[in-house]
Design a protein around this ligand. Structure first.
Ligand code: G4P
Length: 528
C-alpha cells in the first residue's frame, strides 16, 4: 500500500466526556467491532491487571479513576483507527488537553439523563478553540433521560456547538423502541440484548410509508414523523466540510452498554472523520504527505514496571514515516537519536514496529531525553506549538525530607515535571521550589512516585496562591517594570522554561497589580 493510502486510511481521535458518561464502555464496544478484543469487559479488566502489578497505579485503583492515557489501535473496514484515551477526572485535565493536541477529531460522549456536564464544557471548549471536528454521542438511551430536543439545545447553548442530529431516538428509557438513522435512512430496533445481530436494521427511505406503524406502533410512528419534521425544520442538513472545519457537529443517539447505535456511529465516523491533518509548526505548516519525518511528544508515561526505570515518550507522527534504527534530530537538544525498539500500540498490547505513518503514535523508550512538546525531525528545525501551560489551581512549597537524598529528589522532580505531572516554580527571592498542580491528588502522586521511583522523600508546606500569571513586559528596561519587580519580588518566580511568573495571592492583589503597572501584561497561560 502506498504512502498516500496509508495516510488516508488513518483516523486518530479521542473520546472525551465527563466521568461516568460511558467513555470506557464506548471505547470497548468500538474495539469489539474492530475484532481487537474478544469479549466485553476486556478494557476494564486490562486496567485492573495493570494496577495489580504496579504500586503507583494502586493510587489510581483505590480512587477508581484513570490516570493513564493510552493508545488503542484497531482495524475496521480497512481503516486504521487510533483511539487516544483521555482521563476524564478533572485533576488530570491537563493530560487530556495535551492529548487533544495529538488528535485529528473527537467524539464527545454525553449522558442522556445528565446532559452537558462540567468536564464536557471545559474539554469541548479546548476542541472548539482549535476547530477540531467533533461528533456527539448521546449515551444511555435505555434509561429515562432528558428530551432529545432539550439535549440538542443544551449542546448548542452550553457548549456553543452548532449541531445536526444524524440519528433520532424512538422513545426513551422504558419505552425505548430504537433509533431512526437519518444518515443511513434506516431503523434499528432495540431489543435490550447486546448480543443480537448488530446488522439487524430495517431500511426505511420513506418515513411516510405506512409500514412504519406496523413496525413501531401507531403512536410512536406519528411521534417519530413529527420529530423528524422538526429536525429538518430546525437544524441545517449535515455538511461534511462544515464538520471538518469544526463549524457543525453531527449527533448520534445510542446505548454503549447495549452496543446499540455504536455501529452506526462507527460507520459514519470512518466515512466523515478526517485522516491526519496538516499541523502548524512555529516555522511553517507541515503536511502529512511530506516525505521527511516530523512528530512531537504529547505524553510521557512513567514505566509501570518498577524494575525498569525508563519511561515511554508518546510521539504523534505528523509527516513522513518513522523508521526503526534511523537517526532523527531531537530539535531541542540539537542531537541525533536512534530508536531500536519503537513501540506501536494495539488494543491490548504494544509491539516493536519497523515503520509508522502520519496519524500513528509511536512509544519511544526514554531515559530522560524528552519533555512534553519536543519535536523530532530528519534535520529541519521545527517546533510544534499548542501545548501551553495553564495556571495551576493548587500550590505548595516542596521540601526535602531526607537530606542524604537531595540529588535523587532534584532528579525526580525534574523528570516528573518533564512528564507534565505538575509545574515547578522557583522563587526569585530565595530559590525555594513551589509545585503547582491542577488537582490536589497530584501532590500525593508526586510524593509517592518520588519515594518509589527515585528513593527520595519530600514534604509539603502550604503556599497560598490565587493564580499564576506569566509576565510580559512591554519594555523590560522601563522604570515601571523595574519597580514592579522590586515591589513584587516576594511573589515572583521562574517556571521551568525560565519565564517570569507572578504568583498573585488573591484576586484583589491581581487586580491592584494590573492597575498599578499597566505596561506589565499578566497572562493566564504560558503562550502569548
Ligand atoms: P466513563 O469511562 O465515561 O467514566 O464511563 P464508563 O464507561 O465507565 O461508564 C460509567 C457507567 O455507566 C458504568 O456503570 C457503565 O456500565 C454505565 N453505562 C455505560 N453505557 C451505558 C448505557 O448505554 N446504558 C446504561 N444503562 N449504562 C451505561 P457502573 O455501574 O459505574 O460500572 P460497571 O460496574 O457497570 O462496570
Amino acid at each position: 500500500m502506498g504512502f498516500k493510502n496509508e495516510i488516508e486510511r488513518r483516523r486518530t481521535f479521542g473520546i472525551i466526556s465527563h466521568p461516568d458518561a460511558g467513555k470506557t464502555t464506548l471505547t470497548e464496544k468500538l474495539l469489539l467491532f474492530g475484532g481487537a478484543i474478544q469479549e466485553a469487559g476486556a478494557v476494564k479488566n486490562n486496567k485492573i491487571k495493570k494496577t495489580a502489578t504496579s504500586d503507583f497505579m494502586e493510587i489510581e485503583r483505590q480512587r477508581g479513576i484513570s490516570v493513564a492515557t493510552s493508545v488503542l489501535a484497531f482495524m475496521y473496514k480497512d481503516k486504521k483507527i487510533n483511539i487516544l484515551d483521555t482521563p476524564g477526572h478533572k485533576d488530570f485535565a491537563e493530560d487530556t488537553f495535551r492529548t487533544l493536541t495529538a488528535v485529528d477529531s473527537v467524539i464527545v460522549v454525553v449522558d442522556v439523563a445528565k446532559g452537558v456536564e462540567e468536564q464536557t464544557v471545559k474539554l469541548v471548549e479546548v476542541c472548539r478553540m482549535r476547530n477540531i471536528p467533533m461528533i456527539v454521542f448521546i449515551n444511555k438511551l435505555d434509561r429515562e433521560g432528558k428530551d432529545a430536543f432539550d439535549l440538542l439545545d443544551d449542546l448548542e447553548q452550553k457548549l456553543g456547538l452548532s449541531v445536526t442530529p444524524l440519528s433520532f431516538p424512538i422513545g426513551m428509557g422504558y419505552d425505548f423502541k430504537g433509533i431512526y438513522n437519518i444518515y443511513e435512512k434506516n431503523i434499528n430496533l432495540f431489543s435490550g440484548d447486546s448480543k443480537k445481530n448488530i446488522e439487524d436494521t430495517i431500511a426505511f427511505d420513506d418515513i411516510e410509508n405506512p409500514e412504519l406503524e406496523t413496525i413501531i406502533g401507531e403512536k410512536a410512528a406519528q411521534q417519530l414523523r413529527d420529530n423528524l419534521e422538526l429536525v429538518h425544520g430546525v437544524y441545517s442538513p449535515f455538511h461534511k466540510e462544515s464538520y471538518l472545519k469544526g463549524e457543525q457537529q453531527p449527533v448520534f443517539f445510542g446505548s454503549a452498554l447495549n452496543n446499540f447505535g455504536v455501529r452506526e456511529l462507527l460507520d459514519c465516523f470512518i466515512q466523515i472523520a478526517p485522516s491526519p491533518r496538516p499541523k502548524m509548526a512555529e516555522e511553517r505548516l507541515v503536511h502529512p504527505n511530506e516525505k521527511e519525518l516530523s512528530g512531537f511528544v504529547f505524553k510521557i508515561h512513567a514505566n509501570m514496571d518498577p524494575k525498569h526505570r525508563d519511561r515511554l515518550a508518546f510521539v504523534k507522527i505528523v509527516s513522513g514515516t518513522f523508521e526503526r534504527n534511523k537517526p532523527y534530530l531531537h530539535v531541542r537538544q540539537g542531537k541525533k537519536l536512534k530508536f531500536s525498539s519503537p513501540n506501536a500500540f494495539f488494543a491490548e498490547k504494544k509491539e516493536i514496529v519497523d515503520i509508522s505513518y502520519p496519524g500513528d503514535i509511536v512509544g519511544l523508550h526514554d531515559t530522560g531525553n524528552f519533555k512534553i512538546g519536543d519535536t523530532l525531525t530528519e534535520g529541519e528545525i521545527l517546533h510544534y506549538k499548542g501545548i501551553p501551560s495553564f495556571s495551576p489551581e493548587h500550590f505548595r512549597y516542596i521540601n526535602n525530607a531526607d537530606p542524604m537524598k537531595s540529588k535523587q529528589l532534584g532528579k525526580g522532580i525534574d523528570q516528573l515535571m518533564d512528564e507534565g505531572v505538575a509545574q515547578l516554580f522557583t522563587l526569585e527571592l530565595n530559590g525555594r521550589k513551589v509545585i503547582g498542580t491542577v488537582g490536589a491528588l497530584q501532590f500525593e502522586v508526586i510524593q509517592y512516585r518520588l519515594e518509589h521511583e527515585y528513593g527520595a522523600k519530600c514534604s509539603y508546606e502550604n503556599f497560598p496562591v490565587y493564580k499564576a500569571c506569566w509576565v510580559e513586559a512591554k519594555d523590560p528596561k522601563n522604570e515601571e517594570f523595574k519597580e514592579f519587580k522590586r515591589v513584587k519580588q516576594k511573589f515572583l518566580a521562574k517556571d521551568k522554561q525560565k519565564q517570569l511568573v507572578f504568583l498573585a495571592d488573591s484576586q484583589f492583589s491581581l487586580q491592584m497589580t494590573q492597575q498599578k503597572y499597566p505596561s506589565v501584561k499578566l497572562h493566564f497561560t504560558s503562550e502569548f
